[in-house]
Design a protein around this ligand. Structure first.
Ligand code: ZN
Ligand code: ZN
Length: 305
């Protein structure tokens, strides 16, 4: 019996998912998402399996679901003018090779640890019961995860660009100088684990420290993070791209330069780390760095005169 809810005394017999949903619809004060969540766990009847399947399907569905629109856009000539590196459209062969590698990694590398996630949640106290936490709680935690993951990604991604780390690990992700959505998770297994810790490990550490986290929040976080990663690799810059409204948001404009120049712009979601530490990629950032260095040199020269 599932532990998704604390009191099944009024529940009627369940033989299908619809029956299970009907039972949760009778519970006072549950919203639609909570009813579906509860019905899913109750119907599955095995919480470990339910969590594993939920995470595996969420990952596959939202990763590929977000990649497909970009693959369609690649084939519509109207959108060519928004392509950042306009001469480099990914060929079908390149996309196929990338798809095979990403699928292999999902099924061989990630499909395995996903089944240990539920026992881990229980051990550190990540809740999966209904009702969910408040919207405010969810939004605060999502913001914290975005900021911390970005910092983690900045430093470890920057480290992956050093000598042997680049040669043996990170080089694989840089195979495509002009990235496309599917290439977001095209990476060496060590890189998947190292940078993946920023996505999965940070919420775990958060829960160990605060004792307050729900599995539903982790699901939303993973979906948003997948969207961020796929979009950053899309290769398109539109007038309506998010960073035009939120100047500190990184987006494709930021990460495409990283793939193009192989250096600089290391952060994932935001621009502040690269801005403050002067590691922005591309000719514009290089010119501004040179201007700053020249101004500093002239200042020193004036002082010594
Ligand atoms: Zn890189
Ligand atoms: Zn990349």
């Amino acid at each position: 019996m599932s532990s998704v809810y604390h009191d099944y005394s009024t529940f009627k017999n369940v033989t299908s998912f619809a029956d299970s949903l009907q039972n949760f619809q009778q519970v006072d004060g549950l919203n639609t998402f909570e009813q579906i969540w509860g019905a899913y766990y109750y119907y599955m009847g095995n919480d470990l399996f339910a969590t594993g399947l939920l995470f595996f399907v969420t990952h596959e569905f939202f990763y590929f679901g977000r990649c497909i629109p970009w693959m369609i856009i690649d084939r519509i000539p109207y959108f060519n003018k928004f392509k950042i590196q306009d001469t480099k459209l990914p060929s079908s062969k390149e996309q196929w090779e990338c798809l095979k590698s990403v699928l292999t990694s999902h099924f061989l590398v990630e499909a395995f640890p996903i089944w240990f996630f539920h026992p881990l949640c229980q051990y550190i106290g990540i809740s999966y019961q209904v009702p969910f936490p408040s919207v405010t709680d969810i939004l605060i935690q999502l913001s914290v995860f975005f900021v911390l993951e970005d910092a983690w990604h900045y430093w470890f991604h920057r480290a992956l660009h050093y000598g042997v780390f680049y040669k043996y690990i990170h080089k694989q992700h840089h195979r495509y100088a002009a990235p496309f959505g599917l290439a977001a998770e095209y990476a060496h297994p060590i890189e998947v684990m190292l940078l993946g810790f920023g996505t999965v490990g940070i919420p775990i550490v958060w829960c160990v420290l605060t004792g307050n986290l729900h599995l539903f929040t982790i699901c939303i976080w993973i979906v948003l993070r997948l969207f961020q990663a796929v979009d950053a690799h899309s290769g398109y810059e539109f007038p309506w791209s998010l960073h035009n409204f939120l100047p500190f948001w990184a987006g494709a404009d930021h990460h495409d330069e990283h793939h193009h120049y192989f250096i600089g712009s290391y952060a994932s979601s935001f621009r502040w780390w690269d801005f403050v530490l002067d590691t922005e990629a591309g000719p514009k950032a290089k010119a501004s760095r040179e201007r700053k260095m020249k101004a500093a040199a002239e200042k020193v020269q004036k002082k010594s005169q």
